[in-house]
Write a protein that binds this ligand. Structure first.
Ligand SMILES: NC(=O)C1=CN([C@@H]2O[C@H](COP(=O)(O)OP(=O)(O)OC[C@H]3O[C@@H](n4cnc5c(N)ncnc54)[C@H](OP(=O)(O)O)[C@@H]3O)[C@@H](O)[C@H]2O)C=CC1
Ligand SMILES: O=C([O-])CC(=O)C(=O)O
Length: 256
């Protein structure tokens, strides 16, 4: 399966390294970025092709992975699914816009395309999906990141709550930091409560999920090493994308 990638930053780079290490069961074949030089650099590492037109990327790819931005999801992904090409979306925050998501879903369904949302930098999405078969009473996400990951500096070493509210607002205010809240919301069917804390005492990007439902209770804490290229992004996000791409060709499918 030939994969096209939109957005050649930290996530795409990790995928390229996995391909170099022989860990990918798909072929990362085509690279596209607003800055063609970024695409060239990654493509050259694995003998793939940098592409400078979205039309050509869509025409050549069996599946497209978006690892760019919420803006890219809104401007490019409708054309991808309208062309009947499956897509993996990392900038999941764009899908908190209900009207956009519903239109995209219809476009994909009308054109036989599938939209995949990886678990990303959190843990427990399988359980959240299963829990939804019963009743979910409450669900929340507390994200704690070092200030550098949130693109700020603090005057002292005290933690600071930067945001408390719903995921739909969080993804607008922190578009590069809290896509995971959208994934959790879409999996649970609830616009989840989100708290974002800048914590100078920690090194890792940490996401804590609490869920209560008719099945019982779930708490997960994921303490993520951040990407050396982009401290906002946790390495696990790219690992999750790679694992999802590999899962597409597996005979035994593990997890709900
Ligand atoms: N679902 C999840 O769990 C997670 C999702 N993410 C999200 O995944 C996405 C990718 O992350 P990451 O690789 O770290 O990001 P990076 O910023 O490292 O790389 C993104 C690349 O895409 C380019 N880009 C941005 N917009 C467009 C566009 N419209 N068309 C083409 N290229 C574009 C950027 O260019 P430029 O630098 O010039 O803007 C940059 O080269 C981000 O939106 C991030 O927030 C991250 C972590 C977890
Ligand atoms: O990588 C992370 O820790 C989470 C993240 O940036 C996002 O969800 O956008």
């Amino acid at each position: 399966m030939n994969i096209g990638i939109i957005g050649c930053g930290s996530i795409a780079k990790t995928l390229v390294n996995f391909q170099l290490e022989g860990k990918m069961d798909v072929n990362l074949a085509y690279f596209y970025d607003m800055n063609i030089e970024n695409a060239r650099q990654l493509a050259d590492k694995i003998g793939a092709k940098a592409i400078n037109s979205v039309d050509e990327l869509i025409e050549k790819s069996d599946l497209i992975l978006e690892s760019a931005s919420q803006g890219a999801v809104k401007s490019v992904i409708p054309q991808v699914v309208e062309s009947g090409v499956d897509v993996v979306i990392m900038s999941v925050g764009a899908l908190m816009d209900d009207e956009f998501r519903c239109n995209l879903e219809k476009l994909a369904s009308d054109n036989n395309a599938t939209i995949y949302l990886p678990t990303g930098a959190i843990t427990g999405i399988d359980t959240v999906k299963a829990a939804r078969m019963g009743e979910i009473y409450e669900v929340s996400l507390t994200t704690r990141k070092p200030p550098v990951s949130l693109g700020i500096t603090l005057d002292d070493d005290k933690e600071k709550v930067l945001f408390e509210g719903k995921a739909s607002e969080a993804v607008e205010k922190f578009p590069k930091n809290i896509n995971v809240s959208s994934t959790l919301s879409l999996a649970s069917g609830i616009n989840v409560d989100v708290k974002i804390i800048a914590d100078p005492k920690i090194k890792n990007n940490t996401h804590e999920i609490h869920l209560k439902g008719s099945f019982g209770e779930l708490t997960t804490i994921t303490s993520n090493v951040s990407s050396p290229e982009n401290p906002k992004t946790s390495m696990l996000a790219a690992f999750s994308a790679a694992s999802l791409l590999n899962k597409l060709s597996k005979t035994i499918q593990i997890g709900s």
